[in-house]
Ligand binder design. Structure first.
Ligand code: ADP
Ligand code: MG
Length: 423
């Protein structure tokens, strides 16, 4: 299968081949023709499988054909949970769209709103946005949706985790009913399926990997350690193994800062990214990490979500995440687009339950490797045996109570629209 057989136009094929992509990834193979045809799409695929190009390429194709947007209008809206991800998607849109006349821009919080208002004034074909800032702009009438043709929710599961559900519903309620909907996510949780029910219309469902499994090319292992000795163990591992580019996850912003200071004191070039850092600081940290001048990037889950760094070899879970699915996302940072990687978790006795939850979700017991100098005093109990999932009768999904209380059901039940089919 080649990109040219998917129905993409020449300017896009040219940009794709310049990127060095030889053939479409499995998700692209399925999503691109469906989107061009005007179908609604729901796609679940783990990180690093090429979802961005999966919706960006056909979107560019569609928009290159129609009339340009009028003042303060957007023809396609891509919603995404974080600023970093929004900036990165815009970058992809510009890369793939460089031989088209499609106009795109990005809006997110944490920076001045006025320049964003100015840019929206002339209208834009593709608007990439985080939900909060988009609503601000909408409420100030800087953006209107009368001409909106396509809505994309990227990293939809994370948007729900981050509590954007109300914002998303408000945005959806402001959109024309007759539109195309694309929903992309790393995993399909129950909540996502609930959201999707009222959003997509007769969708094509694409799922290219089993639900909630971790990337196969990633080697995972854990090592038991006393909580107090985690900073020393991390430094030891980085130095001993000569890790050149390590992404380290902590649970809290404070923890990220503290660990970064420790690493710097040990002579390692480290930087932290999390929600309390200014946009400038986050962009700078990420750029330094990508170009190799920062060796260790310490991140919270939210800040790291969706960031694509080519060939990231090493991920460390300094602390296990509270939500097992976050483990899947974290280690999806490594071994991307076919390269191999390694994910190590430093686990203390307190985290035993979190570990068992993760192993249950990924349906796999993670190999344990003791490190001689760091054998813990507080022993980490053995993992629980995995229960084999039985095929139970599917339960009727529960209704979302909040919706009823608020009377905010319009978005859920707005199924009156017809799919926009294109040929
Ligand atoms: P996802 O959104 O699924 O996490 P991305 O869209 O960010 O994945 O893509 C991950 C990486 O794979 C990016 O570096 C991208 O440039 C690369 N990539 C995407 N499509 C292809 C392709 N068809 N061939 C080779 N590399 C690709
Ligand atoms: Mg993505």
């Amino acid at each position: 299968m080649s990109f040219s057989s998917l129905g993409l136009s020449e300017p896009l094929l040219k940009a794709v081949s310049e990127q060095g992509y030889e053939k479409p990834s499995p998700i692209q193979e399925k999503a691109i023709p469906a989107v061009i045809e005007g179908r609604d799409v729901m796609a679940a695929a783990q990180t690093g499988t090429g979802k961005t190009a999966g919706f960006t390429l056909p979107l560019l194709d569609i928009l290159a054909k129609g009339k340009p947007a009028r003042a303060n209008q957007a023809r396609a809206l891509i919603l995404t949970p974080t600023r970093e991800l929004a900036a990165q998607i815009l970058e992809s849109v510009e890369t793939y769209g460089k031989y088209t006349k499609v106009k795109s821009t990005v809006v997110y919080g944490g920076v001045k709103i006025n320049p964003q208002m100015m840019r929206l004034r002339q209208g834009v074909d593709i608007l990439v946005a985080t939900p909060g800032r988009l609503l601000d702009l909408y409420n100030q009438k800087a953006i209107r949706f009368n001409e909106l043709e396509v809505l994309v929710l990227d990293e939809a599961d994370r948007m729900l985790d981050m509590g954007f559900i109300r914002d998303i519903k408000k945005i959806i309620a402001a959109l024309p009913r007759n539109r195309q909907n694309l929903l992309f996510s790393a995993t399909f949780s129950k909540e996502i399926r609930e959201l999707a029910k009222g959003l997509v219309n007769d969708p094509i469902e694409i799922s290219v990997s089993p639900r909630n499994t971790t990337a196969e090319k990633v080697t995972q292992w854990i090592t038991a350690v006393d909580k107090k000795r985690k900073p020393a163990l991390l430094t030891y591992l980085i130095k001993e193994n000569n890790w050149r580019q390590v992404l380290v996850f902590t649970k809290t912003k404070h923890g990220a800062n503290k660990l970064t200071r420790h690493l710097e004191a040990e002579g390692l070039k480290a930087a932290a990214i999390h929600g309390n850092k200014s946009q400038g600081a986050r962009t700078k940290a990420l750029a330094s990490f990508k170009d190799g001048s920062v060796q260790v990037l310490v991140a919270t889950d939210i800040a790291a979500r969706g960031i694509d760094i080519d060939l990231l070899p090493q991920v460390v879970n300094y602390e296990l995440p509270n939500v097992p699915e976050d483990y899947v996302h974290r280690i999806g940072r490594t071994g991307r687009a076919g390269s191999s990687g390694q994910a190590v978790s430093l686990v203390c006795a307190d985290e035993h339950k979190l570990l068992c939850d993760i192993e249950r979700v990924i349906q796999q017991l993670i190999e344990r490797k003791p490190i001689d100098k760091f054998i813990p005093v507080n022993e980490l109990p053995p993992s629980r045996a995995l229960k084999v999932a039985k095929n139970k009768k599917p339960k009727k999904p529960k209704q979302d109570k909040v919706e009823h209380k608020d009377g905010q059901r319009s978005a859920e039940n707005s199924r009156g629209h017809q799919p926009v089919r294109r040929r």
